[in-house]
Structures are given as structure tokens and as C-alpha cells.
Write a protein that binds this ligand. Structure first.
Ligand code: FE2
Ligand code: FE2
Length: 304
């Protein structure tokens, strides 16, 4: 590991001993390491109830017209109405917003969460289409894949701001500019954070390799699913808050080729219909981001 990465690792190891680290971070990470069929509803309810601001946000979300539910007054009913994945996203997003306060973010929080939740949803739906056995895992990997953005924002604020400015000016992929300016990318910082948290190797690989043109040797299908989901979101203008020049041939991508050998159903996937489905789900993503991760909601949650 080069000197820059060693320094970055040491800085990342300090992050969750900060005063801003929320108490539910550790139990939440423990839950994220578990296979989804081992996650207990009672445990999720306990985590949500532990923090009154998070409980209030779950209740507000569950009572939103988007879910067609009303008069939900208990955390239990809210968790059941929202579903495990949505609750896990809410918990995780709120934890990240406290661990790395939004005031230090260089990227617009709305753009970041829309991209992350968009990728999560695309990865999950693609996983379902090809009959990947654990679509919830694909959702979670999609949600986590750009965590390095937050690390870079908080630890290298001014340099990362310059990366984003140049990337937007050149309409270039952010990781390319990061490599030139910082000497590492958000894939590296995301990988180090996931390793520090002890997340399963599959997640670490997906975070590390999501911008690699050729699949990581030995990496499983999850990394390829995340790479394709990220590409698809960026092509559909669900990127980092600016439009890149992305001439992408998804079917020609090495990640696609690699997945097709394991899941032949991918070959027959109607990409046009698939992207239309995803566009249809955008309203839900935007609503979730605005009501849970938007600036007003965060201000309310941090004053509680
Ligand atoms: Fe990325
Ligand atoms: Fe991304």
C-alpha cells in the first residue's frame, strides 16, 4: 500500500470514534453483515426506536401518500409498512449524515442519495431479473458503492471540491480526476472504510472495483452487478450532480460479459423496458430522498 493510502487508512480509522458517531452505527453494521434471512424484525424495530429522530422520520415516511398507508402510529407498524430494505436505507443514510455531517459534504446530499438509492434499486431489480439468489445483497451493495465520496468530502474537503469542479467542467468521470489530483479515488477510500467496518469481502470488492473496466480477478457477480447499475444510473442522468459524457455500451462491458456467463437470463433482458421501469421508480427515489435525506429533514434530525 502506498504512503497516501496508508495515511488515508489511518484517518478513516479515526472517523467512527468521532463525537458525531451515532450510537446505532455499530449494531447497524452488525446487522448489515448478516444475510438478509437472518435479520430479525424485532432487532430492526429496536434500532429504529433507539433514536427518537430516526423513529419520527420512519413514521413520517410510512405515513407519506407514496405508500398509500395512513394513521401509522407505532414504529412496529412503520417498519412493516416500509419494509426492511427501505428502513435499512433510512437508518444507514441517517447514520452517515451524522458520522460525516452534511456541512462538510462537497457533493450535493440530494444528488448523492439519489444516485446511491438509484443504484441500489437498479442493482436489486437487475438481480431479480437474472435470478441472482440474493437481490437484497445487491441493493445494499448499490447503496454503499460510493461511500468513498463522503470520506473524501470530509477528509479532503478542498481537494475533493476541486476534483468535482474539474470533473463537472470537463464532463469527465469523477474517479479519473480524483486519481490525477488526489492520487487515489473514492473507490479506494470506500474500500478502506468497508474493510475498517468489517463488511463482507463481496461488498468490499464491489465498492473497490465499481469503476474498473475489467472485473476484479476472483470477484463475484455482486461487483459486476454494481458496476452495471452505476453505469446505468449515470447514463440516465442520475449521476453526481452533473452530466458526464458517457458513451457506454452496456452489453459490450466486461462486467456484462462476465455476468452473462453465470446468468444467461441477462442476455435476453430487454434493456429499454428495464430502463423504463427504473424511470417509473424514480418518483419513489426522489420522494424518499427528499423526505428522509433532504436538508430540512436532516436539520430536524440533528436537533433532536
Ligand atoms: Fe463511483
Ligand atoms: Fe456511483
Amino acid at each position: 500500500m502506498n504512503g497516501k493510502l496508508s495515511q488515508l487508512r489511518a484517518q478513516i480509522e479515526q472517523l467512527d470514534s468521532l463525537e458525531t458517531a451515532p450510537a446505532i452505527l455499530k449494531p447497524l453494521l452488525d446487522m448489515m453483515r448478516l444475510p438478509s434471512d437472518q435479520i430479525k424484525l424485532e432487532k430492526v424495530i429496536e434500532l429504529v426506536s433507539y433514536d427518537s429522530a430516526i423513529a419520527a422520520q420512519c413514521l413520517r415516511m410510512a405515513n407519506s401518500p407514496l405508500f398509500g398507508t395512513r394513521y401509522i402510529e407505532t414504529v412496529r407498524c412503520a417498519v412493516m409498512a416500509l419494509g426492511l430494505e427501505r428502513v435499512r436505507s433510512i437508518l444507514f443514510g441517517l447514520c452517515m449524515n451524522r458520522l460525516m455531517p452534511q456541512a462538510t459534504w462537497v457533493i450535493a446530499p440530494d444528488a448523492f442519495w439519489r444516485h446511491s438509492l438509484g443504484c441500489a434499486l437498479v442493482a436489486q431489480r437487475m438481480a431479480q431479473k437474472i435470478e441472482y439468489p440474493e437481490p437484497e445483497k445487491a441493493y445494499l451493495a448499490g447503496l454503499l458503492h460510493d461511500l468513498g465520496f463522503l470520506v473524501n468530502s470530509v477528509l479532503y474537503t478542498e481537494d475533493f471540491r476541486e476534483c468535482l469542479r474539474r470533473a463537472a467542467e470537463q464532463r469527465a468521470p469523477l474517479h479519473v480526476i480524483e486519481a490525477q489530483l488526489l492520487g487515489f479515488t473514492h473507490c479506494d477510500s470506500g474500500q478502506l472504510l468497508c474493510e475498517h467496518w468489517g463488511l463482507p469481502q463481496e461488498f468490499v470488492d464491489a465498492v473497490r472495483s465499481h469503476h474498473d473496466a475489467s472485473p476484479l480477478p476472483g470477484a463475484g457477480p455482486l461487483a459486476n452487478l454494481v458496476r452495471l447499475s452505476d453505469l446505468l444510473c449515470r447514463v440516465r442522468h442520475l449521476g453526481y450532480g452533473y452530466d458526464e459524457i458517457v458513451g457506454i455500451d452496456l452489453r459490450g462491458d466486461a462486467a456484462w460479459q462476465s455476468l452473462v456467463t453465470i446468468y444467461p437470463a441477462l442476455r435476453d433482458m430487454d434493456l429499454v423496458r428495464f430502463t423504463l421501469d427504473i424511470d417509473g421508480a424514480m418518483e419513489q427515489i426522489v420522494e424518499t430522498v427528499d423526505s428522509v435525506f433532504g436538508a430540512k429533514s436532516i436539520a430536524a434530525s440533528t436537533t433532536n
